[in-house]
Design a protein around this ligand. Structure first.
Ligand code: AMP
Length: 286
């Protein structure tokens, strides 16, 4: 596995691969890799001639009071995991090369970026869209793989790619979960033992919500009340940021007659912010 730290070098390497007709696949991560990340890497490996993974904790997507400084960094282990997956290129840029002095361009995906997580993390999706646009320019992937775990992020990136005519196919892969249903996340390691146990309430709530939808209960107020009630009953949940049914394309509150709905939750357990979602079709769950 080749490690490249300099954007310009990777750009030249990637363009050369593309010119030779080799399919470059790409997975962007912030490291602290778990099976969720690796599911994207495996898919990328399978479908690409050249598999590129980036590890970059992007400061532009963290708010001033967020966990940038504490964000877990486990580079040695990450490197081993990626080697095992036969990744061809690991891209490890640093802030001075990604945001050199004078950097002053942002990508803002209007509308979607202000909803759900965006309402609680101002500027977060501007940071995400900007870094992903930069990474796509550097890596020139034919396909890029993102997780459904960050549903809103994947939707925003799809929008970005469409709006800016980027020649990238965005592939969204299913959420990988722990045995008890908790969505894998680098932030799960912040949870103490009791908090980790309490966090299972998120999956239980989404499961209950999707069962209700599948059994035909589509009174959104009642559904929301039931889901929020379950979350409120868990004493270690310190804040519920959102918990409801949304339109999977617009992220607006959903109408009573929609076919596919997004159930999405963001909450804090102690100081740790966790998100999860399920897409539910009338009669089937995704
Ligand atoms: P992150 O390192 O948190 O920026 O995540 C990098 C990529 O991995 C994003 O596309 C995430 O959506 C994806 N990802 C994170 N957790 C999971 C998971 N549990 N299942 C599937 N994909 C995930």
């Amino acid at each position: 596995m080749e490690i490249i730290r300099i954007p310009r070098i990777l750009q030249d390497v990637a363009i050369t691969h593309r010119m030779h007709g080799r399919k470059v696949g790409f997975v962007a991560t912030m490291g602290a890799l778990h099976e969720g990340h690796l599911s994207l890497v495996k898919m990328c490996r399978e479908e690409s001639d050249v598999a590129v993974v980036s590890i970059y904790v992007n400061p532009a997507q963290f708010g001033p009071s967020e966990d940038l400084a504490q964000y877990p960094r486990t580079l040695e282990e990450d490197r081993e995991k990626l080697k095992k997956e036969n990744v061809d290129i690991l891209f490890l840029p640093d802030d001075s090369l990604m945001y050199p002095e004078g950097f002053s361009t942002c990508v803002e995906v209007g509308g979607l970026s202000g909803k759900l997580c965006g309402a609680f993390r101002p500027g977060h999706f501007r940071g995400v869209a900007t870094v992903v646009a930069k990474l796509f320019q550097i890596v020139s992937p034919v396909r890029a793989y993102f997780g459904q775990k960050d549903y809103q992020q994947a939707l925003i990136i799809r929008r970005l790619v469409k709006d800016l005519n980027m020649a990238v196919e965005v592939v969204v892969c299913p959420t990988v979960r722990e045995a008890d249903g908790l969505a894998m996340s680098s932030r799960n390691r912040y949870l103490g033992k009791e908090e980790r146990q309490a966090a299972t309430v998120i999956f239980q709530t989404l499961t209950k919500g999707s069962e209700a939808v599948r059994s035909g209960i589509l009174k959104i107020d009642a559904l929301e009340e039931e889901m929020c009630g379950m979350l409120r009953a868990e004493p270690l949940v310190s804040e519920i940021q959102y918990c409801s049914a949304y339109d999977p394309e617009t992220l607006d509150e959903i109408g009573e007659t929609s076919d596919t709905i997004l159930l999405a939750v963001a909450l804090k357990i102690g100081g740790t912010r966790l998100i999860d979602n399920m897409l539910v079709r009338r009669g089937a769950e995704k």
